[in-house]
Design a protein around this ligand. Structure first.
Ligand SMILES: Cc1cc2nc3c(=O)[nH]c(=O)nc-3n(C[C@H](O)[C@H](O)[C@H](O)COP(=O)(O)OP(=O)(O)OC[C@H]3O[C@@H](n4cnc5c(N)ncnc54)[C@H](O)[C@@H]3O)c2cc1C
Ligand code: FES
Length: 221
């Protein structure tokens, strides 16, 4: 069940250009891999959606790409700071798979350390813009890594149950190759629980709230 709680920061580490923000877990349920939490950056009106990256004992950890004011404020949090967390929210990945394969692009690597732990370390292919960004591959030991201009879709082994997260063009390319893939999409989200309709996307020809129906959707949807 989702809960809203103020939690303390237990640590913050640089992983290439990203920040791994660790929070005390308290009574929060880590949920299913691929679900997300709304984190409230200090001084900002709206919370920001973040996938759970890792769930070590007593903690919840989030990998943050500081692309704007909210994510920069979250990345600047220090040990002992308090932050309001709400979740877990949305629909995560189905994990009842015969031959799982993780496919991540850029900050799309974020949900996969937790996915990998739950699946016992399946194969993974990760793509990054630069070697600096690819430092985040250390969160998924054993993953195959490609750098631009090589795309992850050029490195996909055949006949796997793909779980993918990354930029929209990457997800569209994965969808074209693997119609049974599960894809984690993004949309701007203000509430995260179906109230504001800020995250509406077209699914199966109908307008739906990604925070409720997703963020993980079947590629064929
Ligand atoms: C379900 C879900 C899970 C996410 N998980 C992570 C995660 O684990 N780590 C992470 O770093 N980020 C994640 N994101 C993206 C993150 O929420 C946004 O980058 C963040 O909200 C941007 O806030 P900001 O104030 O820093 O940037 P803003 O100043 O709000 O935006 C900066 C730029 O990014 C664009 N933008 C903002 N949010 C989105 C979005 N959701 N989709 C597309 N474009 C956007 C804006 O239009 C603007 O151009 C996730 C998003 C969703 C929906
Ligand atoms: S974020 Fe408010 S309805 Fe989806």
């Amino acid at each position: 069940m989702p809960r809203r709680e103020a939690r303390s920061v237990t640590g913050s580490e640089q992983v290439g250009p990203y920040t791994l923000l660790r929070l005390e877990r308290g009574g929060l349920d880590p949920g299913v891999p691929g679900q997300f939490f709304m984190l409230s950056p200090p001084g900002r009106l709206l919370p920001r959606p973040m996938s759970l990256c890792l769930a070590p004992r007593g903690e919840l950890a989030f990998l943050i790409d500081p692309i704007g004011s909210g994510t920069r404020a979250l990345a600047a949090l220090a040990t002992g700071d308090r932050v309001t967390v709400f979740g877990p929210l949305g629909k995560g990945f189905r994990l009842d798979l015969e031959r799982p394969l993780i496919v991540g692009g850029g900050i799309g690597v974020a949900p996969f350390p937790y996915v990998s732990e739950q699946l016992g370390g399946p194969p993974a292919v990760l793509g990054f813009r630069t070697a600096h960004h690819a430092e985040a591959a250390a969160l998924l030991p054993g993953a195959d890594v490609v750098l631009d201009p090589t795309y992850v879709t050029e490195a996909l082994p055949a006949r796997h149950d793909v779980l993918a997260c990354g930029p929209e063009p990457m997800l569209e390319a994965v969808r074209a190759l693997e119609p049974t893939a599960q894809l984690a999409w993004e949309a701007p989200m203000a509430c995260g629980y179906g109230a504001c309709y800020g995250c509406v996307v077209e699914i199966d020809g109908a307008l739906r709230r990604l925070c409720v129906e997703g963020p993980v959707l079947e590629a064929a949807a």
